[in-house]
Every structure is written in C-alpha cells, then in structure tokens.
Design a protein around this ligand. Structure first.
Ligand SMILES: NC(=O)c1ccc[n+]([C@@H]2O[C@H](COP(=O)([O-])OP(=O)(O)OC[C@H]3O[C@@H](n4cnc5c(N)ncnc54)[C@H](O)[C@@H]3O)[C@@H](O)[C@H]2O)c1
Length: 333
C-alpha cells in the first residue's frame, strides 16, 4: 500500500485518484486541519482507501499506521503552505512542516520504509536570478514557508547518505484546476490562490477580486506565473514512485509547464470560461511577489518521462465546475 500524508487536501486527493487508477491501494493519513472528510468519502468510492485521522506532530499516530498497514512507499503532502501566514507565524510552519516531517521520517526508518516522494515548491528558489528556473538555480527562499521546505530537502539528502532513505522532491510551481470528472477539487479556507479567487468572486456573496500590482516589468505589468494542472501534477507523483521502485537515486524535479501567464491573462481566461464580466479592484503590489516565476521542466521530462498535457483554459474550466459544486454544498450546509 502507498501511504499518502495530506491525502484529504487539494493536491493529495488528486494524487490518491491517480494511484487508485494505477491499481494501488492507499492509506490516507491526515489530521483534517485544512483537508476535508467529504473528500476522503468521495475517494473511497473509487478504490481501496483506508483513512487514518492523525497528526504528524504525534509520533505515535504515525507509528500506528506503519504498524497496522504494509506500506511500500510514502507520498508526503501534509504541510501548511500559506506564505503570508508563515511570515507572521514562522513557528507554526517550522513545527508542522519540519517537525512533522522529522516524525514521519523517523517512523519510516523504524519500520524500514526507504522511499518517499515529497511536495516541495518553487518557493525554495526565492527571488529568481534567471528565468526559466532550472533545478540548478540557487535555493534562497525569502519566507519561512519556502525555508521549511528547503530544510526538509536538505534533511532528506542527509537521510539518504546516512540511512539509504531515497527521496524524490517535486518542486511545484502554481498548481491549478480540479479533477476532470469533478470528484475532488481545491477547497481552501481562506483561499489564497489566484484562479479560485477570481472564480469565487463571480458567485453571490463572493468577495470582489483584488489584483495586486500592475506595474511590474512584464508584458502587461502583472506578475507572470507558471500554472500546472493538478492532474498532470498527480501523474508526476506516480512516475516518481515508479522511478524509486526501479532503483532511481534521490533526485529533485521542477513541475511546471515552462510557459508563463500574466495575472491579466488568467483573469481574461476566467472571464471567457465563465462568460461573465468579472469585477476587479486594482491594488498595489504585495511584498515578496517576484515579477516572474516560470519553470524549466526539461529534467522531469527527460528523467521521469513526464509530459504535462493540459492547458490553462482547461484547468480554469475544471476549477469552475468544482467551484459550482462547492458553492452548492456550502448553500446546503
Ligand atoms: N497548492 C499549491 O499551489 C502548492 C504549490 C507548491 C507546493 N505545494 C505543497 O503541496 C502540498 C499540498 O498542498 P495543498 O494545496 O494540497 O494543501 P492542502 O492544505 O489542501 O493539503 C494539505 C493536507 O495536509 C493535512 N495536514 C497538514 N498538516 C498535517 C499534520 N501535521 N498531520 C496530518 N495532516 C496534516 C491537511 O489537513 C490537508 O489535508 C503541501 O505540502 C504544499 O506545501 C502546494
């Protein structure tokens, strides 16, 4: 079985679907701090999914999973991931992201599990020195969130050298979209990501969309980001698992499309997909937002044979379908 920490969350739940489709049995370990039990219930309809409600900060919680189930490998999503919050409350991030991962790794060593795929982030690179960003770009994170993920990457290198625990670290750029069959999707509160925020503003009671910064040195003045579809992203985890199963060494890969879109372009695409004129409030820049972040994804293509296939418009269409479902559920709640 594959242990998926954070499998009740956004990206983890899409990865669970991909695992089930690949014939794997899955154990989800999640404390539901930002994940949802409704997502777990949906996932259970599509294959063998065991759910353990537990917290990585409690070593006994995670030990009990390895005790009970026969785990072959781990895919580790569980973390806090809001950049601004990490600046205000770094302790929360270091305790949960670094401390929780330390417990997970110690439990893996105790039960002799030596393969892990880990959710890292483009935030480990910090302010880009060149674009597109390849894996050799210096890692100088500019916030505690990125710092916590970089620390984990370094810890994983040491654990490989000392204990032979092999890892694949996947550095995601901006993840977007939802399951193509609308079984799961992005469900954060508060939502900090661009696409769901634009889409949410079109529903009654939604907050007006705020666009931060229109005076960047980019083609239309707004920030450029690389939006990678969540199903394409999930596939990369399956390939990373196969890579480790085939004896692949510890490694790290950027996951992005290598194609950037500006905030204004994303906004126009959302207007097109929804067929609505969306209200927007132009605001000043937010601190710590680099002008451009675009991945060089050639390494993942070459080594993992990963091919991102889905367009930004497709991601927005699926995200919109999911937002409609969420807004109905909230109305019914
Ligand atoms: N969403 C993005 O664009 C993005 C980009 C780069 C990296 N990432 C990384 O991907 C991973 C998943 O992100 P997401 O957007 O799906 O987040 P999410 O908040 O939707 O999912 C995280 C899940 O982990 C669980 N969790 C958190 N702390 C836990 C703990 N101590 N014990 C047990 N469960 C715990 C939460 O309940 C939640 O279900 C995170 O590690 C994040 O840093 C996300």
């Amino acid at each position: 079985m594959i242990l998926v920490t954070g499998g009740a969350g956004y990206i983890g739940s899409h990865c669970v679907l991909a695992l089930l489709e690949g014939g794997h049995d899955v154990v989800i370990f999640d404390n539901l701090c930002t994940g949802h039990i409704e997502i777990v219930e949906n996932l259970k309809k599509y294959g063998r999914v065991e759910f353990v409600k537990g917290d990585l900060n409690n070593l006994s919680d995670i030990n009990s999973v390895f005790e009970k189930y026969s785990i072959d490998a781990v895919i580790h999503f569980a973390a806090f991931s809001q950049v601004a919050e990490s600046v205000k409350n770094p302790q929360k991030y270091y305790m949960n992201n670094v401390g929780g991962t330390m417990n997970l790794l110690s439990s893996m060593l105790k039960y002799d599990i030596k393969k892990i795929v880990f959710s890292s982030t483009a935030a480990t690179y910090g302010e880009p020195e060149y674009i597109p960003i390849d894996e050799n770009h210096p890692q100088n994170p500019i916030n505690p969130y990125g710092q916590s993920k970089l620390m984990i990457e370094k810890i994983m290198d040491d654990y490989d050298r000392a204990y032979g625990l092999r890892s694949v670290r996947l550095r995601y750029f901006n993840v977007a979209g939802a399951d193509s069959q609308n079984r799961v999707g992005e469900w954060h509160d508060p939502e900090t990501h661009l696409i769901p925020n634009i889409l949410k503003s079109t529903f009654s009671g939604g907050q007006k969309f705020q666009m931060y910064g229109t005076d960047y040195n980019t083609k239309d003045g707004t920030c450029v980001r690389d939006y990678i579809n969540v199903e394409d992203l999930a596939k990369a985890h399956i390939l990373a698992l196969e890579y480790l199963n085939n004896g692949g060494r510890t490694n790290y890969f950027n996951l992005g499309t290598s194609d950037g879109s500006t905030v204004k372009e994303v906004f126009s695409a959302c207007e097109m997909v929804t067929g609505k004129d969306i209200d927007v409030e132009i605001c000043s820049r937010r601190e710590g937002d680099p002008a451009s972040l675009v991945a060089d994804n050639r390494k993942a293509k070459e080594v993992l044979n990963w091919v991102p296939e889905k367009s930004l418009n497709y991601s927005i269409e699926k995200a919109y379908d999911w937002e409609k479902t969420l807004s109905r559920e909230m109305l019914n709640a």
